[in-house]
Design a protein around this ligand. Structure first.
Ligand SMILES: [Zn+2]
Length: 525
């Protein structure tokens, strides 16, 4: 191992400055606990001077059963013309009771004079005095030098002077920020190297992703001697985001030989990424390096037959190292080896009803030609293979349904669904209302099934997507409905295709319930 890199998470502050990212104090607390369990040494809780929600978070975080993480409170330096002890922001910072505080100050002369409207000298005073005051109050101080790289380009000696002020004030770590995200990796590497050589205090990096270079810039900084990396889980953050700590961890630890988190925690990297996207209510990005659903997914027939001989043929590492898994996708691009692999994974025997892998491939090609898309609907694919090979026993059958939508001039529309299903010899008719026709149908089916299968209660819909397959027929076009469902153990996708959106939705819904029940009741032969 080359050395320890301190990770600093700012998902709850910089991350929430990203569009569509909102976290309540309770959400923040859940994320903080997760990061603590994972072993991130610094977790920034927020800016207590800026909003009451963050104050509430710090009240919750004061009961300290955090084992591995230090929760840090964030603030700007004191205001121009004030002493730190008289500054409201600094008071709020101390009031949180956190042992570690993060201060940001200006290192770009343009920001000091034009944005803050202070003299260069006053800016240096604010940095030096605030750091010194907080150190005097017994706090560990991380100093974030905002716009440091832009500052270096504009006025290098002044940018350096601001860092010196923080060092003289007694900062424990000085973090160089590429706040606007416009710097190149070679520039960053050179500047970080110079700063490391000139200061005694440990140096960190805080990179934004405006040029898609946050990760490259962070890794280059570490190679130049930075010992702290600030970032957010999944790269959430202002504009194009911060560096994604998930990728930072994967690269530093697995590719570059640094140590960031305990070895056994690495296997929870995928879970950590998905947990945070769940709490933030942002769909997980499939292409996310290391942890995305597609990070180790193979679709082309040539690739699939190769990885069955040796996975290293098309994988840069073993997905298990980060808790991810290899997936083989089945689509009209697939060959027999994809089906054979998939069947093994699903523990299905091929050959039933004369359906070997060859015949299943042609069936899939036929259906994909009609608009189905099985690489995005593995639940429906599993049912399909089981059905054609005679290994599926339907847990329930549809007898009929009726969906009505009523709308008048004054009110919102009202939807109702009636459904008749049979389970073995028994029939069940139920009715339910819903916000829309599909919702009403879902509610009615759920109600009917719960009587026979109470475990339906723990399953929920995660996502519902409708796509027009061929728009040339206007409202008469075929649509594809894709549903994602989950229970406490699994997420699965199902699909339906029809000219009638309700019919397509029904197919996807029915597949989703059948998939769940076939797992739970042993209904599959
Ligand atoms: Zn930032």
């Amino acid at each position: 191992m080359k050395g320890q890199i301190a990770l600093y998470d700012t998902t709850m502050r910089d991350g929430t400055q990203g569009e569509h990212i909102n976290l309540s104090a309770e959400d923040k607390f859940r994320i903080a606990k997760k990061l603590d369990e994972f072993g991130i040494p610094y977790v920034e809780g927020g800016w207590p001077g800026s909003n009451p929600k963050d104050v509430r978070f710090f009240e919750m975080a004061r009961e300290p059963d955090f084992k591995n993480s230090r929760i840090t409170a964030f603030s700007s330096t004191c205001r121009p013309g004030t002493a730190p002890r008289d500054d409201d922001n600094i008071r709020a910072l101390l009031k949180t009771g956190m042992e570690t505080v993060t201060l940001f100050g200006k290192s770009w002369d343009l920001h000091a004079t034009e944005i803050l409207g202070v003299s260069l000298k006053e800016n240096v005073r604010m940095i030096q005095e605030t750091v010194a005051y907080l150190r005097g109050e017994g706090r560990e101080v991380i100093y974030d030098a905002e716009h440091f790289f832009d500052g270096c380009r504009a006025n290098p000696s002044y940018a350096m002077e601001t860092l010196k002020a923080a060092e003289e004030g007694g900062a424990n770590t000085i973090v160089l920020c590429d706040t606007n995200g416009g710097s190149m990796p070679w520039e960053i590497a050179e500047i970080v190297g110079k700063v490391v050589a000139r200061l005694k205090v440990p140096i960190g990096i805080h990179a934004h992703n405006d040029c898609g270079l946050a990760l490259a810039n962070s890794l280059a900084s570490v190679e130049s001697g930075a010992r702290m990396v600030q970032g957010t889980i999944n790269g959430y953050g202002e504009r194009c985001g911060n560096v994604d700590l998930i990728a930072v961890i994967g690269n530093l630890q697995l590719k570059m030989g640094y140590s960031c988190v305990p070895e056994e925690r690495l296997r929870q990297l995928t879970e950590l990424s998905r947990f945070v996207s769940e709490v933030a209510n942002v769909p997980p990005m499939n292409q996310r390096p290391f942890v995305g659903k597609s990070a180790f997914a193979h679709k082309g027939g040539v690739h699939v037959s190769a990885i069955q001989k040796n996975p290293a043929a098309y994988e840069h590492m073993d997905p298990k190292q980060v808790g991810n898994r290899r997936r083989v996708l089945v689509s009209d691009l697939s060959g027999k080896s994809n089906i054979a692999y998939k069947a093994r994974e699903m523990e299905i025997k091929l050959g039933g009803n004369g359906y070997d892998s060859q015949k299943i491939v042609s069936e899939i090609k036929r259906l994909e030609d009609e608009g189905y898309q099985f690489d995005a609907a593995e639940g429906s694919l599993e049912l399909l293979i089981k059905k054609v090979t005679g290994q599926f026993h339907e847990p329930f059958a549809l007898e009929s349904f009726r969906v009505t939508t009523e709308k008048n001039r004054l009110g919102p529309s009202a939807c109702q669904a009636t459904i008749k299903i049979s389970v073995g010899d028994e029939e069940e008719i139920t009715a339910a209302e819903g916000d829309g026709p599909v919702n009403a149908l879902d509610n009615a089916l759920r109600k009917a099934l719960t009587k026979f299968f109470p475990q339906i209660g723990e399953m929920g819909l995660v996502d519902f997507k409708v796509r027009v397959i061929d728009g040339s027929w206007g409202t008469g076009s075929k649509v594809r409905v894709q549903i994602e469902s989950r229970d406490s153990r699994e997420i699965w996708s199902t699909i339906g295709v029809s000219e009638n959106i309700i019919e397509a939705s029904w197919q996807a819904l029915a597949d989703s319930f059948q998939y769940k029940l076939s797992k739970e009741t042993g209904a599959v032969l």
